[in-house]
Design a protein around this ligand. Structure first.
Ligand SMILES: [Ca+2]
Ligand SMILES: [Ca+2]
Length: 366
């Protein structure tokens, strides 16, 4: 009797997990084409623009060439030997498209597989630093810190940060010249155990902090993905990709700890998060039909659905008691596949993709 009861409970848990993953995969989701205004491809970007972040002056930094077999399973793409690059796009001169930033200093370009990025603009010195998640061989990860040299159009390598708690990095959020939050999307880094962790819906991802040494701050997340913060630094936003949520945390300035305030259900798989520094609006690059993204990662010539949402928090009394979600972009992969990020500056937007192209849109519908 007891054995039978245990078997029923185990079966029920497995069925619930399978049903949840089928739901999250988005087979039932219709994809209606929607553009916020005129949109065009940006020439020179055809091997990914996984993360984009923009400076106060409207310079967008783009990470291109993500190839880690942890995410990209397309043998053709691996055979091509895609090169990791950081590109620059000036919102004041969109007609100039992108420029590749050269990397100088003591850093080997042979092991550059860039993923999530974040900027730190020092309010005292005016220095701009770019923090880049880098996937190294043998499934090891690091965060590379560069100084941006605007005149030379280059990145000067300053430091490689690694730690025992930085094992499955996805995104980074700079909070000081050498300190940052990071997300570990999952616990396992490779192979069948990572696949099982994903499909069984295990909540083993989380958020950590690097400040001289590294430590874990938050656990229990289902694929922790993008991380960013409000312009005043009081709130931190984290995307739980498989749970379909954006979590809002209060940041304690004394020790950088994070206290959960609200969970926003998005009903789509949110990848990276960008924040408009002027308005505080939160821009989400999303995978609305996740099964198409999974197929696209196995064969990058197959189209995958793309979506951009804006999350606006507002209230007279409390900055997070009202949340409005609005869609600005949706595409079945005709223009761009597997959108992972949307960056906004004035009335224009760049949409990036894990392995595909990059799109520039003028916003006419706000
Ligand atoms: Ca980022
Ligand atoms: Ca990401």
């Amino acid at each position: 009797m007891v054995l039978r009861l245990i078997s029923v409970v185990i079966l029920a848990v497995i069925v619930a997990r399978v049903c949840n993953f089928v739901y999250v995969s988005g087979f039932h989701k219709p994809i209606y084409k929607q553009y916020p205004g005129p949109c065009r491809l940006v020439p020179g970007v055809d091997r990914g623009s996984e993360d984009i972040t923009v400076s106060s002056e409207g310079l967008a930094f783009i990470s291109s060439g993500l190839s880690s077999p942890r995410f990209v399973h397309d043998p053709q793409r691996h055979a091509e030997g895609v090169k990791g690059r950081i590109l620059l796009f000036d919102y004041s001169h969109p007609e100039k498209n992108t420029t590749e930033l050269s990397i100088v200093g003591n850093f080997s370009n042979n092991h550059f597989d860039p993923h999530g990025i974040s900027l730190y603009q020092n309010p005292v010195t005016g220095e701009t630093r770019l923090f880049v998640v880098n996937h190294l061989p043998d499934f090891k990860d690091s965060v590379e810190i560069f100084r941006f040299m605007e005149k030379e159009k280059s990145l000067y390598h300053l430091k490689t940060c690694q730690g025992e708690h930085m094992y499955s990095l996805n995104d980074v959020l700079a909070v000081g010249p050498e300190s940052f939050y990071f997300t570990n999307d999952m616990f396992f880094t490779q192979g069948i155990l990572r696949i099982l962790e994903l499909y069984a819906g295990m909540a083993w991802g989380g958020v950590g902090l690097y400040d001289v040494t590294d430590k874990i701050l938050l656990q229990g997340m289902m694929f922790a993905n993008g991380i960013n913060m409000s312009p005043d630094g009081r709130l931190v936003y984290v995307a739980e990709f498989v749970r379909n949520t954006v979590n809002i945390y209060k940041r304690v300035p004394e020790d950088n700890s994070l206290i959960i305030q609200k969970v926003i259900y998005t009903y789509t798989s949110v990848d990276n998060i960008e924040v408009d520094k002027k308005t505080g609006d939160i821009w989400l690059g999303c995978h609305p039909a996740l099964y198409t993204t999974i197929k696209h990662m196995e064969n990058t010539t197959k189209p995958a659905a793309s979506q951009v949402l804006r999350l606006r928090l507002s209230s007279n009394s409390d900055p997070y008691d009202k949340a409005e979600l609005r869609q600005f972009f949706m595409d079945g992969g005709e223009l761009i596949s597997a959108s992972s990020v949307a960056s906004m500056y004035n009335d224009a937007m760049l949409i990036g993709s894990v392995t595909d192209r990059m799109v520039y849109c003028e916003i006419k519908t706000i």
